[in-house]
Design a protein around this ligand. Structure first.
Ligand code: ZN
Length: 425
């Protein structure tokens, strides 16, 4: 392998505080050097006018394999990830069978090693079949390669089970990622409960359905001393509680999705299922609170919650449609627009949310551009004008609110272990 020399880019590496014109040399899959005027026999990638960042990590995706390959596979989902600038993804365990034991974990790891163009770090289930009753085999799943545990798609409703899960995960050094939703409060709901749900005559999912689980879990996280992470946080009160827990020194983190930082319930065209997800799009005030929290440093990661559903599933009447949207290919475009072009955060902070932020939570040796680190690099243009065209999407599914949207800023090339796995044409 001749190596890859990325020249003349603006290198932003939040882990080391670097933000300067520099070259990055990758050899044998690893970063060999970062600095000015690098040379050597290597293939040259001209990154003039572009940002060169550590490879982006999406800690929350659904790749649907095994079990739902008609909606997405490890191969197609990872191609979509690469086209979104992601070099690593963490698939949630709600496959069929559920990733609640080392056999399924090993199957995913093995499929990924053969078919995925990006790194795959699976998330294991907290409970068997994610049924919320009996703990899954956390220790053996960790040995098989899971980076964290979660019953995502569902919450752990039983507080006693959650306490045991936190204690067990702590013993194995695994973060616990919670999908915060009290199923009794959210039952039957199709969108955020508020003026809009009343106007449209749809059943509501109240903010409190998220907040009561966040509140309970923060108490349990404090009691057990475990590492706890709130997936797709969406309400002002949830943010306030997490901020307070962090100010008191708890090992608590949270992630925000591109849709929860950009869209409110009132932005949904009536009964458009491409705006239907859990947690639902919240009020304008909640969106503002989420963006404020990102700017204030309360949020650790941007995660897409990429949730493919086959066309036949999404093309039903609104109430019957499944929840979730795809998001890998649009995440950077949305984040740049909402956070950077609006002047809310600098590019270094934006890169942090996609790289060392999630890497720290999951204790992944990724997300930085230091010699010896993995040769994972995301090259992007913060000002590139492009339009999202589903016909060119790598995902098998089409459920997105951003079809046809014109973005300012997006990925240009994705490099995994020193190999260009995607490049904008
Ligand atoms: Zn979820």
């Amino acid at each position: 392998m001749p190596g890859l020399l990325i020249k003349h880019g603006r290198v932003i590496d939040p882990a080391s505080g670097r933000d300067e014109r520099a070259d990055v040399l990758i050899r044998d899959g690893l970063i060999e050097a970062v600095g000015q005027g690098l040379d050597g026999s290597a293939e040259v990638f001209d990154a003039r006018g572009l940002v060169v960042a550590p490879g982006f990590i999406d800690m929350h995706v659904h790749l649907r394999e095994p079990g739902f390959e008609h909606a997405e596979t490890i191969e197609t989902g990872c191609r979509a990830a690469a086209a979104g600038g992601f070099t690593s993804v963490c698939p949630m365990p709600n496959t069929s069978p559920v990733n609640d034991n080392p056999t399924v974990t090993s199957y995913i790891v093995e499929r990924a090693s053969r078919h995925a163009v990006v790194n795959v770090f699976p998330i294991g289930a907290i409970t068997k079949d994610s049924a919320g009753e009996t703990l899954a085999e956390m220790g053996s799943m960790k040995r098989a390669g899971v980076a964290a545990v979660s019953d995502d798609g569902r919450p752990v409703m039983n507080a006693r089970v959650m306490r045991r899960a936190l204690e067990t995960a702590k013993a194995f050094g695994l973060p616990v990622i919670q999908h915060c939703e009290d199923l009794n409060l959210s039952a039957g709901g199709d969108m955020h409960e508020g003026v809009e749900s009343t106007r449209l005559g749809l059943r509501g999912i109240p903010s409190s359905s998220e907040e009561v689980i966040v509140a309970r879990d923060l108490l349990l996280a404090e009691y057990t001393g475990a590492q706890y992470h709130v997936a797709h946080i969406s309400t002002r009160r949830s943010i306030e509680m997490v901020a307070q827990a962090r100010s008191r020194g708890l090992a608590v983190t949270c992630e925000v999705t591109p849709h929860h930082m950009s869209l409110a319930d009132e932005d949904m065209p009536p009964y458009d299922s491409n705006y239907k997800m859990r947690p639902p799009l919240r009020s304008r005030g909640d969106v503002a609170a989420v963006v404020d929290a990102i700017a204030a440093g309360v949020v650790d990661a941007i995660a897409t919650d990429h949730a493919p559903h086959a066309g036949s599933e999404k093309m039903q009447e609104y109430e019957r449609c499944p929840f979730g949207i795809i998001g890998l290919e649009t995440a950077l475009g949305v984040a740049l627009q909402v956070l950077y072009h609006s002047g809310r955060i600098p590019l270094t902070r934006l890169v942090e949310l996609f790289t060392v932020g999630p890497a720290r939570i999951l204790k992944l040796d990724r997300g930085r551009l230091a010699p010896g680190a993995a040769g994972d690099v995301t090259v992007f243009d913060p000002d590139l004008e492009w339009t999202y065209d589903l016909d060119k999407s790598f995902s098998k599914s089409r459920n997105t609110p951003w079809e046809g949207t014109a973005f300012r800023g997006g990925p240009v090339a994705t490099i995994v272990d020193g190999v260009v796995v995607w490049r904008r044409d």
